[in-house]
Design a protein around this ligand. Structure first.
Ligand code: DX5
Ligand code: ZN
Length: 222
């Protein structure tokens, strides 16, 4: 479970992070938007740096920005454990991945709903995480796009067990089981966690649904 801070109350960030840590989050998903690659601006490395001392959670930074290579270093220095960039912004993803690794952090790549798996196929062995967008990036609270699940199924068959397969957008109580059944192991959820009155309870409800879906498939929850 990777709750997305984008849907949190930005005036109470420390408390909100503590809530999802208590709720059993495995990663904290941090959405960075530059107003160019996506039509919205969220937050930057300063916020991540100031949260870092207050939680032990793994920082899963999702860069929705046009120049990931230029900015990866400040996000690594701010305390990101993994940096994901978008395949759509570069012709040479291997350079960006190599640069992220040279900073001592893990690397992920993300594909938008209409970007095919073939666009990232050649770099798959070099990655720690692949992120399939199940909405158009830019805003939380959008409806899940089930048509991306065919890409999830394909990627599951191409990735090693040590590589994470993450999905992001519209994950909630109604959609989580189908995402897990398609093969994702890492689930981003913003409004389905922070938009609820009790984020701790929301986390445990989502986890229970994900585990039930895994068990019905004969896979083991981890
Ligand atoms: C959108 C972000 C998502 C967003 C998901 O561009 O990448 O991580 O926070 O929000 P929900 O879970 O509300 O769809
Ligand atoms: Zn995201």
């Amino acid at each position: 479970m990777a709750p997305s801070l984008l849907a949190a109350d930005f005036g109470r960030l420390r408390e909100q992070v503590a809530l999802v840590e208590e709720g059993g989050a495995d990663l904290l998903h941090l959405d960075v938007m530059d107003g160019h690659f996506v039509p919205n601006i969220s937050y930057g490395p300063g916020l991540i740096e100031h949260l870092r001392p207050h939680t032990k959670l793994f920082f899963d930074t999702h860069l929705m920005i046009e120049e990931p290579k230029r900015y990866a270093e400040v996000f690594a220095n701010a305390g990101s454990d993994l940096i994901t960039f978008h395949a759509e912004v570069t012709e040479s993803p291997e350079d960006v991945i190599e640069h992220i690794h040279s900073l001592g952090v893990s690397a992920g790549i993300s594909i938008n709903p209409t970007t095919p798996v073939s666009a990232i196929e050649r770099v798959l062995p070099d990655l720690e995480l692949v992120l399939v967008m199940s909405i158009w990036p830019g805003f939380g609270g959008q409806a899940f796009m089930p048509e991306v699940l065919a890409k999830v199924e394909k990627l599951r068959g191409m990735l090693r067990p040590d590589q994470r397969l993450e999905i992001d957008g519209g994950i909630n109580q109604n959609t989580i089981a189908q995402a897990v059944a398609a093969g994702v192991d890492t689930l981003v959820a913003g409004s389905a966690v922070f938009g609820k009155a009790d984020p701790v309870e929301a986390m445990s409800d989502l986890r229970a649904l994900a585990e039930a879906s895994l068990t019905s498939e004969g896979r083991t929850p981890s």
